[in-house]
Design a protein around this ligand. Structure first.
Ligand code: PLP
Length: 423
């Protein structure tokens, strides 16, 4: 007998209750600018830029042309050993030149999770090859999100995402997301001689759009420097304009040892991640000396020419259209557009004001009475023609950087309506 589950569509969605989703799918068929359309022709404002990444919106002809041209010249070739390709060389050079540290190296992966796991391995490998092999411990933050690969699942601090998978990589612990003192205390508890790296999203995204307290980023960077702990800025969401700068972390006067990026590097058009490694960390791997360490790590599609061609075309768009500063210019208009929600009886808090992203959190009793409330709110917003992201206790928005007054007005109208229907 065929069960009801197997009789349905075989497509299994990430992070989805498939019992609820199957039969209520939103099939997106087309995208243009800040909007997407479903298979019935209904138009939606893509207020999440898909998944925090369609920073220049959808449907850019330049990307289609760059990708098609690349497919016609060199459709694929691996980057292992001596192999390289022109789009990867060019993109690495451009990304490196934009970073806070001249001479940074760029290691490509297929997405954010890839480069997170690469960063953990490079951190441990760096200390193994520079005389401190006992420096292996990694510290993440409660509510941090660093993807779903092995290390990233363990370094992430959303407990539900790590539950039920059996033992995850060890020598990893978590500190509260808003206390630099807690980080230093944890480093001292573990022993600075054992701590390799601290992973930090400048603004926590999937964990709830949690803004860092004033002075926090500078303080944790300094604590890491003091204890020779690598400071890894996870800018998978924060980079490429989301915070109004190239990498997000460059809003603060700090120099991370590694920066993880993905998403906006191609505007999400082709999967690509890029890990930026500061010169001092990369140096041992580049000496050319006999017996110098080799990073025995990398995925088949690292530096894929088509993905890198999309990346180069994406940087062209950001530069030509002046999109990067918009993440900062739009932070106040977005906060203003959502400010009215604070007085809604179901809303506990609106978090906004740093970068072009925000969260609306529901009151604890609303979520306690109905654990599916956030998903339902996302679903109701969809009925209002706006796509938002569900969080554990509310919803997040992170519109394309091309969105303007009309789109923010639409958000300001749709969300109260959706909230009114949520009871
Ligand atoms: N790091 C952060 C901050 C993210 O938000 C994400 C994804 O949302 C990741 C890492 C993982 O990226 P990916 O989903 O491309 O593996």
């Amino acid at each position: 007998m065929v069960s009801s589950a197997s009789a349905r569509n075989p497509l299994w969605h990430p992070f989805a209750d498939m019992g609820a989703v199957d039969g209520d799918r939103l099939v997106i068929t087309r995208g243009e600018g800040s909007y997407v359309w479903d298979d019935e022709g209904k138009r939606y404002f893509d207020a999440t830029a898909s998944l925090w990444y369609a920073n220049f919106g959808h449907g850019r002809e330049e990307i289609a042309t760059a990708v098609a041209d690349q497919l016609r010249t060199l459709d694929s070739y691996n980057l292992f050993g001596y192999n390289a390709n022109e789009p990867a060389l060019k993109l690495a050079e451009r990304v490196s030149a934009l970073t806070p540290e001249p001479g940074s190296k760029v290691f490509f992966g297929s997405g954010g999770g890839d480069v997170i796991d690469t960063a953990v391995k490079i951190a441990r490998s760096y200390f193994a090859h520079t005389g401190s092999p006992e420096k292996v411990h990694v510290i993440g933050r409660v509510q941090g999100y660093h993807g779903t690969h092995g290390f990233g699942t363990a370094v992430g601090g959303i407990a539900a995402n790590a539950a039920g998978f059996g033992p995850l990589p060890g020598d990893i612990s978590h500190v509260p997301y808003d206390s630099a003192e807690a980080l230093e205390a944890e480093i001292l508890r573990v022993g600075p001689e054992r701590v390799a790296a601290f992973f930090c999203e400048p603004v926590i995204g999937a964990g709830g759009v949690l803004l860092p307290p004033d002075g926090y980023i500078e303080a944790v960077a300094e604590i890491c420097r003091k204890h020779d702990v690598l400071f890894v800025a996870d800018c998978v969401i924060a980079a490429f304009g989301r915070l109004g700068t190239w990498f997000g972390i460059d809003r603060w006067a700090v120099k991370p040892d590694m920066i993880t990026t993905a998403k906006g590097i191609t505007g999400g058009t082709i999967p690509l991640g890029a890990l930026i490694v500061a010169p001092r960390v990369a140096e041992p791997f580049f000496t050319g000396a006999p017996g110098a360490p080799v990073l025995r790590h990398g995925a088949t599609y690292a530096g894929h020419p088509v993905a890198c061609a999309a990346g180069n075309a994406t940087l062209d768009i950001y530069e030509r259209d002046g999109l990067i500063p918009r993440g900062r210019e739009l932070e106040k208009p977005l906060a203003d557009a959502l400010s009215g929600l604070v007085s809604h009886p179901l809303v506990a808090e609106v978090r906004a004001g740093l970068g072009f992203l925000a969260a609306v959190e529901l009151k604890a009793d609303v979520v306690a009475a109905n654990p599916g409330a956030a998903n339902r709110l996302q679903r109701l917003a969809r009925d209002e023609g706006v796509l938002v992201r569900n969080l554990a206790k509310g919803i997040a928005v992170s519109p394309p950087l091309i969105a303007g007054e009309a789109e923010l007005d639409q958000l300001a109208t749709a969300l109260p309506r959706a909230l009114d229907k949520l009871v």
